[in-house]
Design a binder for this molecule. Sequence first.
Ligand code: BDR
Ligand code: CA
Length: 311
Amino acid sequence: PRKIIIDTDPGQDDAVAILLALASPDEMEVLGITAVAGNVPLALTARNARIVCELAGRTDIPVHAGCDAPLVRPLVTAEHVHGKTGLDGPALPEPQMPLAEGHAVDVIIETLRDNSPGTVTLCPLGPLTNIATAFRKAPEIAGRVQEIVLMGGAYFEVGNITPAAEFNIYVDPEAAGIVFRSGAPITVMPLDVTHKALVTKARNDAFRALGSRVGAAVAEMTDFFERFDREKYGSDGAPLHDPCVTAYLIRPELFSGRHINVEIETQSELTLGMTVADWWGVTDRAPNATFMGDVDADGFFALLTDRLARL
Ligand code: BDR
Ligand code: CA
């Protein structure tokens, strides 16, 4: 299995991404979960990550708290999507497991130093503050990363927090800039992909039909999360953004995209956090990321439901 660190701001869709990873030990070994401020403040994302581990019966997974604010900007949160706790929907108990010792940034640095080069994959599901801070503090670790598979950005689908920007990149564009310029191999799941991974009624019913605690919790999370997209956009269901990252580590052939140049806008107020993706190769800027554009949505949901059944 690939060794991974999940860097996250749960978030119902982050929660499902984590559950998918924990249900897939043949493909990935979760070395740890690092929480970052994003959808809700850090205290809540660090809490929610532990709730998810307990839901999966995996209190052995270390959950570390990380950065509580973006590198240079005030934190923007998304309670309007995820609810007050960030994990609204199911009634889940407060976590009993303690936070693991050590700041997330130091844990990321130490893990990359302690493992052979090219053997640890980073899975960022929120703003890139923890990862960028680690790269700034210990620049040599970028060269030791096997791959960064992240949810963030958009090209044709442009923005969900502003007309130009996707939430994770928008919240900390300076951090995203550092990560995209780091030289580490990057695979991106942008809105172009995740807006095709919609939890329709039938897909939600399939989670519930698992008849397990996890199945019920995932159905209730996506029920809650869905309200926003259905009411606001008349969409068929909630886009399951972050689970695309962990699904990619199991079945990469479900996704297709292009290895292209992606730059992050950090100056313009109007387009702050935009992922300027050279999809058509109209510049001579060197490719720095594989930007996905499509997903086999039925294959993705079949995989997800099958794996959740194992928990
Ligand atoms: C991203 O923003 C968050 O609200 C979701 O958890 C996802 O990571 C989608 O833009
Ligand atoms: Ca997220």
